[in-house]
Write a protein that binds this ligand. Structure first.
Ligand code: G3H
Ligand code: 13P
Ligand code: ZN
Length: 316
């Protein structure tokens, strides 16, 4: 069943968070579907502009529509990740509509421009029944084609959040609380600094049950990185968001947790192992099957961590 993120968040609020998995191709889409079937979890497929460019927007659509047909019992939203005004406008004018949710990311613009762009996309999206995520504050790392260094990343201002939500008309808010995209989220030794106190303050300032979103939320599991490196990879000094913290975020109103990097790492852990252990093989299928299985296993684990496992029945 296809749903909007708004419908997912209404059920999940305060109890569990929906994993939002980035997909670029058939293999990752299948792995997500398999993992979520295993744990009976609702989820979000998210598609970036880079994914559309890589796979061709129409081909990627057919893959997701195919997943919908082949896995009729699954419940998911189809979300545009880090959309700009032009792409949001384009997908919201499509007939038939494909995306059930869009993110308008104008967080790199001025505060007033961010409100203006988000309001424009929210009006357009709501007129066709699509949900809207916006972002306030700025994450570090690279997203799409924009790189933000740590000094220029800025946390979401809780005082501004209420004004932003009211004036922009968005349905959920992505907050910058110290995470960043990619495998190198935190420098130096010790526990990563993630500002959960700020999330609580933002939640207190917003209307009741207003859904929050966490980007840059891969955990960069040590054992997966270790496997990548064991078979020739060079991922050094990587660090992610601890799973223990992710398990706690639903109680603070976080309803959507974005995961891309971990899926990529799991894919390469399996690919590198398979290639190293089967040097004579030139049939891609067994190699890809092993990688799909590894990603599916990770997907299932994420649903357990975020508490969405077993909640497919919420939508029956
Ligand atoms: O924003 C970051 C997401 O991981 C999407 O990445 O732009 O490389 O597809 P991408
Ligand atoms: P990660 O790089 O931590 O997986 O974050 C992905 C993301 O936020 C996509 O929007
Ligand atoms: Zn993101």
């Amino acid at each position: 069943m296809l749903v909007t993120t708004k419908e997912l968040f209404e059920k999940a609020y305060g109890k569990y968070a929906l994993p939002a998995f980035n997909v670029n191709n058939l293999e990752f889409a299948r792995a997500v579907a398999e993992g979520c079937t295993k744990t009976q979890s609702p989820f979000i497929f998210q598609i970036s502009r880079g994914a559309r460019k890589y796979a061709h927007p129409e081909l990627l659509k057919k893959i997701i529509v195919g997943i919908h047909e082949v896995y009729p019992d699954l419940v998911f939203a189809i979300h545009l990740d880090h959309g700009d005004v032009e792409t949001c406008e384009q997908v919201l004018k499509e007939k038939p509509l494909f995306f059930t949710s869009v993110m308008i990311d104008a967080s790199h613009d001025t505060y007033e421009e961010n409100i203006q762009h988000t309001r424009h996309i929210a009006d357009l999206a709501h007129s066709v029944g699509v949900s809207v995520e916006a972002e306030l504050g700025m994450l570090g790392g690279v997203e799409e084609d924009i790189a933000v260094d740590e000094e220029n990343a800025c946390l979401t201002d809780p005082a501004q959040a209420a004004d932003f939500v009211k004036r922009s008309g968005c349905d959920s808010l992505a907050v910058a609380i110290g995470t960043s995209h990619g495998a190198y989220k935190f420098k130096g030794p010790g526990e990563p600094k993630i500002h959960m106190d700020r999330v609580q303050e933002i939640q207190r300032n917003l209307p009741e049950r207003f859904p929050l979103v966490m980007h840059g939320s891969s955990s960069v599991p040590e054992e997966i990185v270790e496997q990548v490196n064991r078979y020739g990879g060079q991922i050094e000094g990587s660090k992610g968001v601890p799973e223990t913290l992710l398990s706690q975020v639903p109680q603070y109103g976080v309803c959507k947790v974005n995961i891309d990097t971990d899926l990529r790492l799991a894919w390469f852990a399996a690919m590198r192992r398979e290639l190293a252990e089967n040097p004579g093989n030139f049939d891609p299928r067994p190699t890809f099957t092993a990688a799909i299985d590894e990603v599916a296993k990770l997907v299932a684990r994420k649903t357990e961590v975020l508490g969405s496992a077993g909640h497919l029945s919420d939508f029956k």
